[in-house]
Design a protein around this ligand. Structure first.
Ligand code: AMP
Ligand code: ZN
Ligand code: FE
Ligand code: FE
Length: 282
């Protein structure tokens, strides 16, 4: 039995709709999935409480946060998507993502890549969480590059010639916001945050778990982060970071999965926290 707790959809920079992701996950025999779009819960709102039994859909989100020299991604699971402070912050972030894309398009024009904001918006479709992969696709479609990865390497990666950051909360603010919305905060792909010292720093801020299983981790990293999570009494999660972008591993759901007992552990940690909260309130 398999699970996948890190999946993007057309609500951010994935290329399958939430409904397509759900159907595909059911067809592949997955038992638990989490939809974790960048800085938005639009995909979750669009599927409501629908599910294809025995597939369980866990409401999630992936926040981009900033430290002075690194970008840190934090996943929120079992969040209450009607939470007001959460919705207000997301509104601010989404608004600035649009402003940022306008700025990047302008810079690209200056660099000799005359794409338009309208083209990027057309590619993004209904997605309100506009991101660099949408811009990269516009550049590929115009024939300037052959793959999205080439665009990142040449122009859009952090501190690249056309890189502009967007408004982000700090890791501490995101962890607190996820907790306020009743969810669990998990450090995404710890192998990509820059160093294990930063991982330790983020654990100290009150993180609930580590995403030990991720396509960017080698076996050594997976084992190390799983052991670290166990030693610190943190939840271990994992997922494919599936975007359905050609050339980006994994290109399909079901190729990279985790044992479903990890999804059950996550659910139990959530229930334990909810029970503690209830006891405090009573
Ligand atoms: P954004 O939220 O607009 O900053 O873009 C984040 C998205 O870009 C995520 O899907 C990342 O996986 C992708 N991304 C970030 N850096 C790179 C890179 N160097 N190569 C390929 N994709 C990247
Ligand atoms: Zn993405
Ligand atoms: Fe990420
Ligand atoms: Fe992701």
């Amino acid at each position: 039995m398999a699970a996948d707790l890190h999946i993007h959809t057309t609500a951010s920079d994935g290329r399958l709709t939430p409904q397509e992701v759900i159907s595909k996950a059911a067809a592949r025999g997955l038992k638990f999935i989490a939809i974790t779009d960048h800085d938005t819960i639009d995909g979750l709102l669009s599927v409501g409480k629908s599910s294809i039994l025995p597939l369980t859909i866990i409401p999630g989100i992936e926040f981009s946060t900033d430290l002075p020299y690194n970008e840190v991604h934090i996943l929120g699971y079992h969040i209450d998507i009607t939470n007001q402070p959460l919705q207000e912050q997301l509104q601010l972030i989404i608004q600035d993502r649009l402003t940022r894309v306008e700025k990047i398009v302008k810079r690209l024009q200056e660099l000799g890549y005359p794409i338009s904001l309208a083209e990027v918006q057309e590619i993004a479709g209904t997605a309100k969480a506009l991101g660099r992969p949408h811009i990269a696709k516009a550049l590929v479609e115009n024939g300037y590059f052959s793959t999205v990865q080439d665009v990142f390497n040449g122009l859009l990666e952090k501190n690249g010639p056309a890189y502009i950051p967007h408004y982000k909360l700090s890791p501490k603010e995101v962890i607190d916001l996820i907790h306020l919305a009743g969810g669990l905060a998990i450090l995404a792909h710890p192998g990509l945050v820059g160093s294990d010292a930063i991982v330790q720093e983020i654990i100290a801020l009150g993180i609930d778990g580590l995403e030990a299983y991720h396509p960017s981790h080698n076996e050594g990293q997976t084992g190390r982060y799983a052991a670290l999570a166990e030693a610190r009494d943190l939840v271990i999660t994992g997922g494919s970071d599936f975007h359905a972008i050609p050339g980006r591993f994994p290109e399909d759901l079901g190729i990279f999965t985790i044992p479903d007992n990890l999804a059950i552990n996550l659910l139990q940690a959530f229930q334990k926290r909810s029970d503690i909260k209830k006891t405090i309130q009573e």
